[in-house]
Design a protein. Structure first.
Length: 299
């Protein structure tokens, strides 16, 4: 935290922290996996680049380099002696002046890591999750910049998540203000129709997901046709398969949306192929993708 290690229970901020009141923080979610080469962080540098891009949008000047923060992530895993974990770097406007302009406030930077199992449950990974189309629209770029992974955006995600959960569903799917499918509250979304893999463009308000990007590359490799195009909610209802991607969610099949069974009502065959390849890659079982694994314990 701000350049030094602090004990979990002492990782505190002032109650008048700017980001707590006004959502002026940017963050990342990253996973470290145990691989046959030892623990490795999946696409660490790409996540850090995205953090710096998000910070740029909010004029948050991070007082470290990308390389320094990548090294700090690995060191945080090492001091905690973790083999597999989730990693949460965050940069935010701290305690200083109250009022909306944060530019004179100090920028605080912290990295936390902890073991985090499956995001939508083990059964979700195997059989798929049940979703609700949210009554909340995905934030629009004229309201809040969706490409910046800012804490403020997650008020939108939290409302959608609470609504889906209180309706007895596992996850929400958000449409944008034009009615096109955007993404989940913490995941990108894909459908498979007639053998073609389809995901909405980022212009729908979806985050530039690193798992999304990985899955697009995996599909190319597996010879699966891929299209980035606008989809409607009924395209999901009529799809043969659907799934979410995300660092936390990994590759999670979608088996039901608003009471409509998707495809065979379980994990579809193409989803399974992509999911298997993804888990092989993150676990270091696929030589061709070693470039995405950044080792934590060298030597
Ligand atoms: N969209 C949103 C809104 C999102 O939050 C995430 C990640 C993604 C897409 C997928 O991006 P990527 O992880 O780069 O593939 N959501 C993070 C936070 C989840 C949370 O509950 O906290 C994550 O998965 O780490």
């Amino acid at each position: 935290m701000n350049g030094r290690f602090v004990n979990w229970n002492e990782a505190k901020v002032h109650v008048l922290t700017h980001a707590l009141h006004y959502g002026t923080g940017v963050f990342e979610g990253i996973r470290c996996y145990e691989t046959k080469y030892g623990s490795a962080v999946f696409r660490l540098s790409d996540h850090m680049k995205r953090l710096f891009n998000s910070a740029k949008v909010y004029l948050i000047k991070i007082p470290y380099s990308i390389d320094e923060l990548c090294e700090a992530v690995k060191e945080t895993i090492r001091v905690n002696k973790l083999k597999e974990c989730y990693i949460r770097p965050i940069a935010f406007f701290g305690y200083g002046d109250m009022g909306l302009n944060p530019l004179k406030n100090p920028v605080e930077v912290a990295i936390a890591c902890w073991p985090w199992g499956t995001y939508l449950g083990e059964e979700g990974l195997r059989k798929g999750v049940r979703c609700k189309i949210s009554s909340w629209s995905r934030i629009d770029t004229r309201v809040l910049p969706p490409l910046a992974k800012a804490t403020a955006n997650y008020a939108n995600s939290v409302l959608a998540k609470i609504e889906a959960s209180s309706c007895g569903c596992d996850e929400a799917i958000l449409l944008n203000q034009h009615g096109y499918v955007s993404e989940g509250p913490g995941e990108n979304i894909f459908i498979i129709s007639e053998g073609v893999l389809i995901t909405p463009p980022l212009s729908t308000g979806a985050l530039y997901g690193i798992t999304r990007d990985s899955v697009i590359e995996i599909a190319k490799d597996l010879g699966i046709r891929f299209l980035e195009k606008n989809i409607l909610r009924e395209d999901i209802f009529m799809a043969d398969e659907a799934f979410f991607t995300g660092t936390a969610a990994e590759v999670t099949p979608i088996r039901e949306v608003d009471g409509r069974i998707i495809g065979n009502g379980s994990r579809g065959p193409i989803t399974e192929k992509i999911q298997k390849k993804f888990f092989d890659i993150v676990r270091g079982e696929d030589e061709a993708y070693k470039k995405w694994l950044e080792p934590v314990y060298e030597g």
